[in-house]
Design a binder for this molecule. Structure first.
Ligand SMILES: [Zn+2]
Length: 226
């Protein structure tokens, strides 16, 4: 809870006798309280409800769009669907993963360095995955580009070019596969017709779960390192 910052607004009402109600509006916490609310009562509620407050704040767009809180040792970042804890690499200037930790030297503990590392990982892993899926399911595309797309995971052009966000590297493989398959299926069906979705289902039977995963995590993931 130490890193969670929020504005607090207390609305005291004569009509309230005992109950305290918490609401989140954007990144603000609103406390609806009785007229005679004491500081101790307020603190007790904030401590007791800390997890709930954090969870609700994380759902708000403004909180998700500000990713400055992630760049510190001890904080967590996604990598291929796994949460890694940022840890200090004191031995070298390399960034690497070991045992659920992302080791980063102090010199690289900033958005730019992490961005470069993540993009490098994406360049290493995503094109080869696209290639494998194309071979497995007999798709042929003209060009593949990894982009820094902020509003979408992927797109497909009429010239059979596919653009994918480098942030696919943050997703579990099965979700990232869904996005790739979705775009590959647009090579055959450039719309979202029932025929398109049955094609997606053929190559990615879990596509609805993947869509659900994206719906729940999309804003946070797509705004990562921006
Ligand atoms: Zn589509």
């Amino acid at each position: 809870m130490a890193d969670i910052k929020y504005q607090l607004e207390i609305i005291r009402s004569k009509n309230r006798h005992k109950t305290i109600t918490l609401k989140i509006k954007n990144e603000r916490l609103i406390v609806l309280a009785p007229q005679d609310l004491t500081d101790k009562q307020l603190n007790d509620v904030l401590i007791k409800k800390a997890n709930w407050i954090e969870k609700q704040l994380k759902k708000t767009a403004n909180y998700k769009n500000s990713s400055s809180h992630i760049i510190a040792y001890g904080h967590q970042v996604f990598y291929q669907g796994v949460l890694l804890t940022l840890a200090e690499n004191r031995a070298s200037e390399e960034i690497f993963i070991s045992e659920a930790k992302l080791y980063v030297p102090a010199i690289s503990l900033n958005k730019e360095a992490l961005y470069t590392w993540y993009r490098g990982q994406a360049e290493l892993k995503i094109p080869s995955r696209v290639h494998t899926l194309c071979e497995n399911y007999q798709f042929s595309l003209a060009n593949l580009h990894l982009k820094d797309q902020k509003k979408r995971w992927g797109s497909c052009s009429s010239l059979k070019n596919i653009n994918l966000s480098w942030r696919l590297i943050l997703l579990p493989l099965w979700v990232s596969d869904y996005i790739i398959i979705h775009e590959l299926c647009h090579l055959k069906q450039p719309n979202h017709s029932p025929e398109f979705w049955s094609l997606v289902a053929k190559y990615c039977p879990k596509y609805q779960l993947a869509k659900q995963y994206l719906k729940e995590n999309e804003t946070a993931l797509i705004s990562f390192l921006t």
